[in-house]
Design a protein around this ligand. Structure first.
Ligand code: SAM
Length: 243
């Protein structure tokens, strides 16, 4: 059965995500009803005239912290508006567990994803702690890499693109997913490989020829060559690529 995935992005800059999510395969997935993506303005859940979402940090220090009150009201309201039994709450933070292809695979099977995009110094820790006590939520603090962005919106876009393309029906030929980097199994030990080098026409370009094996028509030899290339590329570039 094809699952329908509902995605809510919560941000103080909804315009940051609206256009990118309407493009290409993700946009088409929205139009065809395989996914439904909503950009929610966190400030719509404030209760003061200034639509305040942040305050100074307890304990001192530079910058502002996003308040748990407004985040709690937003997440409660957004989760109550869906019939999903479980809400996957993804709190974006550079201090979270690293996003990976296997996490994308797992999340692509969800019913409801909520992306909480932080700004300033981030979101009050009690938001994570509170929703971890609620059985209808699965909470993950996730980082897309070991660097610091100004906000979680770009991170949410990265994750949504990686997740939605794995939703059954979004990519026409599912075989193209099986052979990609981070998806190719090297052996039985859960190791994953980077994709082998790829080529198209013309067969000669600026003195460089396509490897002869690829024009041989021998599919068995091509498969072996690609596997060897994937293994040597992974050993060279990512000697420790394991998920
Ligand atoms: N004070 C935080 C720290 O040192 O861990 C950094 C806050 S950052 C300037 C503001 C927001 O950007 C974060 O709350 C998070 O939502 C987002 N962000 C920044 N880098 C990120 C990353 N690598 N992965 C996911 N989200 C990130």
């Amino acid at each position: 059965m094809v699952n329908k995935l509902k995605i809510d992005v919560v941000t103080i800059f909804p315009d940051y995500v609206v256009m990118p999510l309407a493009q290409s395969l993700i946009g088409k997935a929205g139009q065809s009803g395989l996914v439904e993506i909503t950009a929610n303005d966190l400030r719509d859940f404030t209760s003061d005239a200034h639509r305040t979402v942040d305050d100074t940090p307890y304990g001192g220090g530079a910058g502002m912290v996003m308040m748990p009150t407004v985040w709690g009201d937003a997440i409660d309201s957004i989760s109550n508006a869906t019939s999903a039994a479980v809400h996957e709450l993804i709190i974006l933070t550079p201090a979270g567990e690293l996003f990976s292809q296997s996490m994308a695979q797992e999340l692509s099977l969800s019913e409801h994803l909520i992306f909480a995009c932080g700004r300033y110094e981030g979101i009050d820790q009690r938001v994570t702690d509170h929703y971890r006590t609620r059985p209808e939520f699965r909470v993950r603090e996730v980082s897309i890499g070991n660097y610091v962005l100004n906000g979680g919106e770009a991170a949410a876009l990265v994750m949504i693109e990686a997740i939605v393309r794995l939703v059954p029906g979004v990519i026409g030929n599912p075989e193209s997913l099986a052979e990609e980097s981070h998806s190719i199994a090297a052996d039985a030990q859960d190791e994953v490989l980077l994709e082998y080098p790829i080529y198209t026409k013309p067969s000669k370009w600026r003195g460089l020829s396509v490897p002869a094996i690829l024009t041989s028509g021998n599919h068995g030899l091509i498969a072996t060559w690609r596997r060897e290339q994937a293994i040597s590329r992974t050993e060279q570039i990512r000697p420790k690529t394991r998920e």
